[in-house]
Design a binder for this molecule. Structure first.
Ligand code: NAD
Length: 362
């Protein structure tokens, strides 16, 4: 297969980690007989320096024309003084809106080799943690009306939470489709004992369930879910939820896995085109030192193979290569605990080892 990938290396550690993911993708192309064509896109601080804005329209067009977008990270202290609408993060918001991605998907997975990095008790971690949170990204209370008024001699603030059937249906489908590609279990998280929007959420999810007989749908109140994520995370496969609940739960879920450098993400809309990026930022404190962990970006590339290109075997090969390198004890500084049998590696070194583990064409 031939696929066009828009690549945003970005700022800080962005270029260092992105090149490792590209090397891995090239090894996948070589082994499985695919052709990946990369189109370089300037976004973030580098685009502000070159063009005076964080994502020029022609750069956005390149992303829209691609089959998928791979992003390292953007931002850094150099651009902290830039005015609001020109900040590097604005490029990210423009990109998400321009691509029409309304679903953010974050896996929470503990690699057995790194289980000691989790703040949870070993007996909880041993049961296995491997789930995805599918979060609605462009609706709900973050996008409703916000106002603060003087009423009866005091200030009163209002934030409106609105969801339409169609908004719920489209994120619900991503939840069901994701569960279908995994272990077939979808937990819909809401607050239906209080909120009308959650009662509508449940109604739509139940109606969708009829179209996905191979997926088992369950419902859970958000407060209970927050507890269950730390009490018994092994029960979850895919969680689908609205914007604010997903914002909070996905940060909770990333904490229990131990390291920010290991976690990938995807953002999807209608169709197969998606945006793939690690969840961390540009880490200016370690930029240019070749010490960053590139695994979150490499695993983002694996998600791209699985969800945008339907290349499940190839995605498995990338995840297995990461696992195998961790098995052999290779660690970047952020996940290096000086345990016996482990070796401290640079970013480029661990990237090379993962690339080599993809294997050659059969
Ligand atoms: P950060 O995620 O960049 O860094 C937080 C801490 O984690 C730092 O100590 C950093 O060294 C470490 N870290 C992050 N990624 C790592 C990796 N791959 N390997 C090893 N260690 C890693 O968050 P921050 O410091 O709050 O933000 C720095 C800049 O990144 C800011 O300008 C911020 O706006 C931007 N940012 C960008 C994105 C994005 O591009 N999607 C997301 C978040 C923050």
């Amino acid at each position: 297969m031939k696929k066009n990938i828009a690549v945003i290396r970005g700022d800080g550690i962005g270029p260092e980690i992105t090149v490792q993911a590209i090397n891995v993708l090239n090894a996948v192309a070589e082994r499985y007989g695919h052709e990946f064509i990369y189109d370089e896109v300037a976004m973030g601080g580098v685009a502000i320096d070159a063009y005076g804005e964080p994502l020029p329209d022609e750069m956005l067009e390149k992303c829209k024309a691609a089959d998928a977008v791979l992003l390292g990270a953007v931002g850094g202290p150099k651009w902290n003084g830039v005015s609001g609408d020109k900040r590097p993060e604005k490029g990210l918001l423009k990109l998400r809106a321009g691509l029409g991605v309304y679903s953010n998907n974050r896996p929470a997975k503990i690699w057995k080799q790194l289980s000691s990095a989790s703040p949870l008790r070993p007996e909880i971690v041993q049961k296995g943690i491997d789930f995805i949170i599918v979060r609605e990204l462009i609706g709900g209370i973050y996008f409703g009306e916000h106002k603060t008024e003087n009423a009866g001699g005091q200030l009163v603030a209002t934030d409106v939470l609105t969801y339409s059937e169609s908004e719920i249906k489209r994120i619900g489908r991503i939840g069901f489709e994701t569960a279908r590609k995994r272990r077939g279990r979808l937990c819909s998280v809401e607050k239906s004992n209080v909120l009308d929007s959650s009662r509508l959420w449940n109604k739509v999810m139940r109606s969708l369930a009829a179209e996905y007989p191979d997926v088992q749908l369950t419902e859970m109140l958000v407060d209970n879910c927050a507890m269950q994520i730390v009490k018994d995370p092994s029960q979850f496969d895919v969680i689908v939820t609205e914007n604010m609940f997903g914002d909070i739960l996905s940060d909770e879920a990333s904490m229990i896995t131990g390291s920010i450098g290991m976690i990938p993400s995807s953002s999807l809309g209608d169709g197969k085109r998606g945006l793939y990026e690690p969840i961390h930022g540009s880490a200016p404190d370690i930029a240019g030192k070749d010490v960053a962990n590139p695994i979150g970006t490499i695993l983002s590339a694996a998600m791209m193979l699985r969800y945008s290109f339907d290349m499940d075997e190839e995605a498995d090969a990338v995840e297995n290569a990461v696992s195998s390198v961790l098995d052999k004890g290779f660690r970047t500084a952020d996940i290096y605990g000086k345990e016996a049998g482990t070796t401290l590696c640079e970013c480029s070194e661990i990237g090379k080892k993962i690339t080599e583990n993809i294997g050659k064409r059969k």
